[in-house]
Each structure stands twice: as structure tokens, then as C-alpha cells.
Design a protein around this ligand. Sequence first.
Ligand SMILES: [Zn+2]
Length: 649
Amino acid sequence: MDAENQETAVTADRKYLLERIGEAAVVQLYADGFEHLPLNDKILSWHLYQAALAGRDIYYDQRYAHNLEMRALLEAIVTHPDGIDPATLDAITRYTKLFWINTGGFNNLTARKFVPECTPEAFAAAVRVAAANGAALPLAAGESVDDLLARLHRPFFDREFETIVTCKTPGEGRDILEASANNLYVGVTMKDLEGFEERYALNSRLTKTEQGIAEEVYRIDGRYAHQIVRIVSHLEAAIAFAPAPTAAALRALVRFYRSGEIEDRRRYDIAWVADNESTVDTINGFIEIYMDARGAKGAWEALVYYVHPEKTAAVRAIADHAQWFEDHMPWDPQWRKPQVTGVSARAIEVIVETGDSGPMTPVGINLPNDQEIRETHGSKSVSLSNVTEAYEKSMPREFRSEFSWSPDEVGRAERWGAFASELTTNLHEVIGHGSGLVSPQLNGAPEKALKEQFSAIEEARADLVALYFVADPYLVDIGVISRDALQEVVLAEYEAYARNALTQLRRIREGSQIEEDHMRNRQLIVHWLLANTEAIQIASRDGKTFYRMVDANAFREGVGRLLADVQRIKAEGDYEAARELLETYGVHFDPELRDEVVARVERLNLPSYTAFVTPKLEPVHGDDGSIVDVRISYPCDLTAQMLEYSGVR
Ligand SMILES: [Zn+2]
């Protein structure tokens, strides 16, 4: 057997789905080709990988003030289990896995709290057994085990206490910051912030003190100093192995971690965008603002990845013609960019994702988020090829058939679903987020005008661009798709998009309201099309509801009309229109319909969301202590990986 055949053999009997915990699926991610990277790129990856792990606890703490203690207690129990009542241990183990997957006790998609399926008394007994077995508990100075349990009782068990991690629609008279359980603000309300001059909008925690509001800056001598010192040391070690443009970006990032100043963040963004030819790249810092109800604070995350050359060719074709797409955007010409700058797009293989991007991960990323830098310096877009692949390979067949109206629809989904979804992800990231102008009056910051509505509006805009152009024959002209396949791909994508508005309801098992921005945007688009076009019909058969896409032309025409309005809202910073649109179509849903969807997926045992176990890197040292190789392996075990990351095992 030659080397290539051996690899195929290994790939064929790969395990993707590792385990199911309630509605979650755990899937192994594979990074093919890593072993063939040049040694320098491998060593660079190794240092960046360590920098990614070094910041993991920042996101835990940002998400919930009690998270790190809760995690330490759970990990103490599951690593010292001898003699714990088996039913209790089982309940705690399940809770712990969901805790790791969601980075704490709030569901990543619904934002709502979940609690262990055992009594507080049984939990306390398990803690005492673990302590007797030698587990180190996260006790404060002078604290007894009883005190610790009392202190963490409400965070673990009280469903009415700190219920939602991010709450953008708390109801009349309630404050969005107070209603959100995250740790981005302490005692601060939106009212307190009126007239407050915020110097570190993206990278600080705001705390109310007697002297007013204090900004605790995330930087090397500020909040999260402990983690940031370690991140910086690994980034500095990486610089020696990085090609010049990457080294420049890493130096700028280190500088930003040291100063925390907005000017240094801008310099870093610019240097990062300029580095668009290197094989290995990283995202490391305070990036996405979805977790903040106010849409200002960046959640910490890190990714390390390398380019997938063949798939990159396809996505590059879209990026290379970005100006054509911009010129044909179905919105008021005044919001079209006359000159599109540097959209660089690549398909990548992810090595590691932590913080806000792991163990649950996006499939596409376009950064930086700074609108002004996007307009003047361009942006970098990546589609996460190995994530999409592992996701597809682990998804049961029934997921498509259950919610499709006809065998034709199922057939199209099976034949073209993966291709169509990767293509629309690419369009979303490369020409979606990258596109359009906003009014100069917004000073390059539409998020300030649209506040808590911004993220969902921006996601809708990018999705609408993708849905609009996926049906454009121009894609055939630039070689992204064959003429024969175009029509089937469009049908597959539009059908899947309509179906998704139903199937995504399975993710929100409580309440009748959606908090997560990507989910809001997808409800918005489908419900707007239902109300304003003939593209989708609601049908029912055997007591089951179906969203049938029946007219692709009407679908595309409607998408164009809605897109024109959404772009106008962003460009003008029209907060009232954004709120109205999302309140009408995007936020609320019928709980009876949700119950039906949940019953259908439960009957088929389909997962609601997927978490990934990422590859593990280990250096191989030569006689002189230098690194002579970096080995990649696949743990295929969530618990082992999480305990290793926490330094417990
Ligand atoms: Zn997006």
C-alpha cells in the first residue's frame, strides 16, 4: 500500500460522531494535511495553539462571574468519582459535559440557564465524597465546603436566579444589561451609561462604583492579566517562526494586549488584514459582540488554522469579482462601494478553537468587525472546511427527510445540500459582510446607532446577499458552479433555508422568543417572505407542518426587496425600523409549532446542536531541546480534551 492509499484507508473508518448528551452531539474534527506542512509552519502553529489555550478561561469568566469556580468544582467531582452514588454521578457528568460544550450553565443558542438533573443534596454529597477522595475544591480563603456549596447553590440550581446570559428583549421597563447574567457589566444599567465616555468599548468590563463607572481594561496589567501574560509569551515565541506579514500582525497584537488602546487595536486589525498570503493564521482576542446585549464588548476567542489550497480556489473566484457583486447589489446605488478594497477569502482547516469559538464553532468568519477598517483596508474571510465536513458527516439522514415535503426535495438536499450550504456561507462571508457603504454621519460605527438590533440586522444583510446571488448566472461565468447544476443548487438552498426556520425551533425548548442573532435573522427572512411573497407555503400532512418553498423566482425577488430595506436600515442607522422589523418577524414564534418540531426531532433522536473535539498538537524535541516536529492527533474524547485544557489531567 502506498502512502496515499493508507491515508484513504484511515479516512474511511474515521469516527465523526463521538457521543450524544441530550440534544447535543459531540463530533471529532480532523485537520488533514497538517503533517505535510513545512516544519516552520508546524512550529508556528504549535505556539499559536498554546496562545489559544492560554486565554480559554477569559471567556469562561466573561460569560459568567461564577463560571470558573463552578467548572473547578465539577472537574473535581468527575476526576474523583470513587464511591459517588451512580445516578448522581451520571447526572453530574452529563451536566459537566453540557457545561464544557456551552462554556457554562447557559445554553449557547437559547442563552437560557440549564441545571443539573440531581438534587442539591445529592450534589453536595458527591462534592464531599470527591473531597474525601483527595479532590482540591475551589475554596476561598478560610471557606468551608458548606460555605462553598451555599455560595454556589443559586448559580447551579436556581432557575429563577440569573436566568439568561444575554437578554436583548427583557420586556417593558426592564434593563437589557441588568437582565443579562454575563460578566461584562457589574451593577451598570443602560441609563447609567447615558453621557458616560467609554474609552475601551470593546475590551473592558464596566463596574459601578461610588465614584461612578469604572472601566476595567482587558490588558496585560489589567483585568485578565494572568491569562494575557501567558498569551503574549506564546505569541512572542511564535514570531520567530512566522513569515514577515504574520510576524508584523503578531507584534501588533502583542502591543494591543499590552496597551489595550483602541489605536493599537486598529493597527493590529490593519496588519492582520494585510497578512493574506501566509499558510498559517490565527484569530486571537476580543472579537465578536453577540454576547453583550448592548453590542459593544468583545468576547474573547482564538482559532489557529491553515489554508486548504483546492477549496480556496473556489472561494477566491468570488472574492476576485467582489466589485461586480457590489455593483449589482439590489439596493440604493448610493450605498454601493465605488471601489471594493481587498476582500481576501480562503478555505481553511481549523486546528484549534477556544473561547467564543469552541467547542461550538461557526462555519464561516469575516473580520475585522471595525466598519471603517473594512471600508478602507478590506477584510479577511475564511470558510471552515473541516468543520463543515465533520458536521455533514455526523448529521443523520432523517434530519433532511423529516422536514422535506417531497422525495424530490430530499434528493436535492442529499445531492446538493452540502455544496449549496458551503457556497452560501462563502457568499455570506466574502461579499455579504464585506459589502455596502454606510452614511458618513454614522462615523463608521452603525452598531452604535442600531445598538442591540445591530448584530441580527447585519447577519440578515449578509444572508440576504448570499441568497440573492446564489441564484445569479454570473456564478457560472466565473466558474464557481456549472450551468447544469445552478437551478438544482438554488432550489436546494432555498428549500433548506425555508425548512431551517422550522427546524431551528428545536433549539429553543423554553419560552417563545429567540435571543441568538443568527437565529433571529433566519426567522426574520423566512417570516418576511411568508408575509410578503408567494415563495413559501405552509403545508401540513399527518399532523406535521412543512415550510414548502414553491417559487424560487418569487423567493429571490423578495430577498432583493428585503435586502434593499435592510441595507438602508444599516446605512442610515435607522434603529426604529430595525426594531420594528425584528420584533415583527424575527423574535417571536409560536410555542405550539416549536413543541411539534421538538416532538419530531425527539422521535428521531436528532441533535439540536453540535460541539467539536479539536485536534491535539504535541512538539517533538531533538537532542538539543529544539522542536524537530509537531505531531497532530485526534483525542476522540470530549472529557479528556476538556480536562487537559483545564490542566486537571
Ligand atoms: Zn455572519
